[in-house]
Design a protein around this ligand. Structure first.
Ligand SMILES: O=c1ccn([C@H]2C[C@H](O)[C@@H](COP(=O)(O)OP(=O)(O)OP(=O)(O)O)O2)c(=O)[nH]1
Length: 491
């Protein structure tokens, strides 16, 4: 019954959307993620940044993701490392620039982190209301410390100027359905469906189910009574009563479902990944490419950003990272965040200030193309770090960069582009994608089946890690290569 109802809702959402696209009416905009939910999702996702080191086992301290926001713009994406909690990393990386920032944690921070970030003058600290950084779910022997820490956190919270709170907003109507629909139709899944027509397309649903289970284990407390206990210990007793408790759990579940859906849209599937299409360039530049799991992680960030688009039809997200010369204290290893963005009308404009039509509209004056700022353009404009020519910087875009953006990316000194190649070589009425294919001097890693098989990323092998903790590809010899081909055919 519920499913039928959902389908009906989806149909009416689609119908409404297509009417609004044709008429330009203000109703029926596509569902959009709120900023708060985007930051929260990114913080959870950052907790899952692929480990560049042996992960702590049985530690009382859980890994934590963190998003630092200044004036509604993201200025930091971090995750805890073996040595340092996320809050400490924020302090090292941003120092007094933390003043007036909003911080989104994937777990309630411990007292050691909280005292420092409160002292730095942050504006707001929001955290995911499940098991805190100092776990309350670990064995009894350590829970005494966890409880003492929770008390200290409460005291710091009530005596600080910063607003320490849980910020989760309910998703707008049809958001989950919209994310499901667009994730399934996105370039990455469709590329697999097209190039491997025999592949069981159910791999996507299977992958999603696995992700949901995995993230529920990590980010939800399955037992309701236990969850209430935790909430009470971390000072959220007012959320333990209904309807607040059931609403909170529903919001948490919806966000986890959304994260799992988006994460499965860039799947770990056979020999698909981001590869350089030009086989002549492979030997020369492949060694410089990122490990697949990190590239995939960053692309999912870009996919999440795309759900903040202001374009009725096509959401695009972009995120820029760079790899420093050596590993830093962050759980992201040598990688550090530079900037991110999504396609939207100029900052501060109202909905009706600019036209929203696509190129199906005959009247060219009321088309969106001359007004909308592209995801890459926003990522470059609002970057919080400089792009250093001596370092490897990379942009992850959910769509092939267009002719407006390609020279900007190259001119900014970005060394690598990770993208899909839908639309490459196309000249549409108001936007074209001719330059990407011809672009030289910037390495392009396109989502595809490994074209050569001559390099593979043996990601679990510690020997494949470089001195900076970043994984390196290992070349395969001819025999291994043949085996790879065989196992590909067997799948
Ligand atoms: O590098 C790019 C290229 C495009 N866009 C944004 C701008 C615009 O908001 C949308 C245009 O997408 P598309 O080319 O797909 O045009 P469309 O008219 O939205 O869709 P269609 O594919 O049906 O033509 O994507 C970017 O952010 N970056």
């Amino acid at each position: 019954m519920k499913e039928a109802g959902q389908m009906q809702n989806l149909e009416s959402a689609r119908a409404e959307r297509s009417v609004s696209t044709q008429t330009g009416s203000m109703t029926g905009q596509i569902p959009r993620l709120s900023k708060v939910n985007l930051f929260t999702l990114l913080s959870l996702w950052m907790e899952l940044f692929p480990a560049v080191e042996a992960q702590r086992k049985n530690s009382q301290v859980k890994k934590t993701g963190l998003v630092v926001v200044k004036n509604t713009k993201i200025v930091g994406l971090h995750c805890s490392s073996d040595d340092l909690h996320a809050g400490k990393i924020a302090l090292i990386k941003h120092g007094s620039r933390l003043k007036n920032c909003d911080l989104y944690f994937s777990r309630k921070p411990c007292s050691a982190c909280l005292k420092m970030i409160v002292n730095a003058g942050v504006n707001r600290i929001s955290y995911w209301p499940a098991d805190p950084e100092i776990s309350l779910l670990t064995e009894a022997s350590s829970s005494e410390d966890a409880k003492l820490d929770a008390k200290a956190v409460e005291r710091l919270k009530s005596n600080s100027r910063a607003h320490v709170c849980v910020l989760l907003q309910p998703l707008v109507c049809y958001m989950v359905q919209f994310v499901e629909e667009t994730s399934y139709k996105c370039d990455f899944i469709q590329k697999i469906a097209k190039t491997l027509p025999d592949a069981n397309i159910d791999f996507y649903s299977e992958c999603k189910q696995e992700r949901i289970k995995e993230y529920e284990m990590l980010f939800l407390v399955s037992n309701e009574e236990m969850h209430k206990q935790i909430l009470m210990t971390i000072g959220l007793e007012n959320l333990c009563e209904n309807p607040y408790f059931s609403n909170l759990r529903q919001n948490m579940k919806d966000l986890i479902l959304l994260l799992a859906t988006v994460a499965s849209s860039v799947p770990i599937f056979k020999h698909y990944g981001f590869y350089c299409g030009n086989t002549e360039q492979i030997d020369e530049i492949h060694n410089q490419s990122l490990p697949q799991e990190i590239a995939r992680h960053c692309m999912v960030q870009a996919r999440l950003l795309a759900y903040r688009t202001e374009d009725h039809k096509t959401g695009v997200g972009a995120v820029i990272w760079a790899e420093g010369k050596s590993r830093n204290c962050d759980g992201t290893g040598a990688m550090y965040f530079i900037g991110c963005g999504y396609n939207a009308f100029p900052v501060g404009s109202e909905y009706a200030d600019f036209p929203h039509m696509d190129d199906k509209q005959k009247d060219r004056e009321i088309r969106k193309f001359r007004y909308i700022v592209h995801a890459e353009q926003n990522a470059l404009t609002f970057r919080c770090q400089e792009i250093k020519p001596e370092e490897r910087s990379m942009i992850f875009v959910t769509k092939c960069p267009c002719d407006e953006c390609v020279p900007l990316i190259k001119g900014a000194g970005i060394k690598q582009i990770y993208a899909g190649d839908v639309d490459v070589g196309k000249k549409k009425a108001d936007i074209s994608y001719m330059r990407f294919g011809e672009l030289e001097g910037v390495s392009k890693f396109i989502w595809q089946l490994n074209p050569s098989g001559t390099c593979a990323l043996e990601q679990n092998d510690p020997k494949s890690k470089g001195s900076n903790g970043v994984l390196r590809p290992i070349p395969l010899d001819e025999e291994q290569h043949q085996k790879k081909k065989l196992c590909l055919e067997n799948h």
